[in-house]
Ligand binder design. Sequence first.
Ligand code: CMP
Length: 136
Amino acid sequence: MATERTLSIIKPDGVQKQVIGKILTRFEDAGLRIVAAKMMQLDKNLAGSFYAVHKERPFYNDLVTYMTSGPVFVSVLEGADAVNKNRELMGATNPKEAKPGTIRADFADSIEANTVHGSDSLENARNEVAFFFPDL
Ligand code: CMP
């Protein structure tokens, strides 16, 4: 299995609930290595361009408002099959559909406040890692 890198964001609800440590432990216990990390407050510009792919979706404005409502914890995870592994750990986008034991099933409140973001493909992972960590 190829070694990959993927981007993870612990969203404002995850930071607010003080579950950063619990979430990072899940990544590490699954064999993913945290190779870069920073806590940051996104502004509308940054959140808007990160989610530009969703610009035409009805939830775009609310998503940008939500992602700027408090600090987020952004990290890069590295390991075998990292993109898929992270997505399995997160569970479905809508926490109501997420499998028991996944991060979203255990911590998320709603499809918007769904605790974590993770890159959904290797190509997006490369772009998203470069977006937040251009020097990595
Ligand atoms: P994320 O993985 O960060 O990617 C885009 C985000 O949009 C998604 O998680 C959700 O938090 C949010 N979102 C809000 N409403 C919807 C929706 N109806 N379908 C998909 N994503 C949504």
